[in-house]
Design a protein around this ligand. Structure first.
Ligand SMILES: CC(C)(COP(=O)(O)OP(=O)(O)OC[C@H]1O[C@@H](n2cnc3c(N)ncnc32)[C@H](O)[C@@H]1OP(=O)(O)O)[C@@H](O)C(=O)NCCC(=O)NCCS
Length: 190
């Protein structure tokens, strides 16, 4: 049986999904501000399917895209974590770090705090050699977070194969962070 990883930070808990996460997750997935750099907002059905897929991957592997809650009041604020992309990308095979928070929780450092914990789990517990992240070029909030986490941007954008040629979101930037870079940045010495 796979050990299920949960992560605690000063303000947050990253944990396995629960049924009562589904409604607030559907609300953020229906919010055009949150979904501005995705092809479209998600229906309730699509949102529930995504949460259940995240949950089953965490149950299978012990890690994944976790539900993120505030420790002070248990409020569900979104998801953050690690994922093996299904699409064939320039980094494949790879593990990506991803995030999606409800709009009311932006601008408070929560995504960075959650992502830092996910990177630490990826490099220290899972011993991953590299973690990547990517987003549509106009999604500067997301790429700014990648840069704040110390990730390096590939010189060339790539075309995301899940989107049709000419789509406004097809061109993506790719950021990478190796385990060695992470250890150095965090002050670990050999
Ligand atoms: C991408 C996303 C997670 C970034 O969220 P975010 O809140 O901007 O990111 P952070 O958690 O790093 O917060 C940084 C902001 O909090 C501020 N902040 C406040 N308190 C802070 C603290 N204690 N620590 C760090 N930053 C803090 C920072 O100054 C910064 O403000 P700024 O945006 O005005 O510069 C969010 O915009 C989102 O969910 N977007 C929709 C989904 C999406 O596009 N996902 C990515 C797809 S690839």
């Amino acid at each position: 049986m796979q050990e299920m990883i949960e992560l605690t930070t000063p303000r947050l808990l990253l944990r396995q999904w629960r049924d009562n996460d589904l409604a607030p997750f559907a609300a953020l997935n229906a919010d055009p501000r949150v979904m501005a750099f995705f092809p479209s907002p998600l229906t309730r059905e699509a949102s529930d399917a995504m949460a259940r897929r995240c949950s089953s991957l965490i149950a299978e592997r012990g890690w994944g895209l976790w539900a993120v809650t505030l420790r002070e009041n248990n409020a569900f604020i979104g998801m953050t974590g690690l994922h093996r992309p299904d699409a064939q990308l320039p980094c494949s095979p790879c593990v990506e770090i991803g995030w999606r928070l409800a709009f009311d929780y932006w601008g408070q450092g929560y995504a960075q705090e959650a992502a830092h914990a996910a990177l630490q789990a990826g490099f220290m517990r899972l011993q991953l050699p590299e973690i990547v992240s990517f987003t549509a070029l106009p999604n500067v909030r997301s790429s700014a977070l990648m840069a704040r986490l110390g990730m390096r941007r590939d010189a060339d954008p790539f075309e995301h194969p899940a989107l049709p040629p000419g789509h406004r979101l097809r061109a993506h930037c790719l950021y990478r962070l190796t385990r060695a870079e992470w250890l150095h940045r965090e002050g670990y010495t050999a």
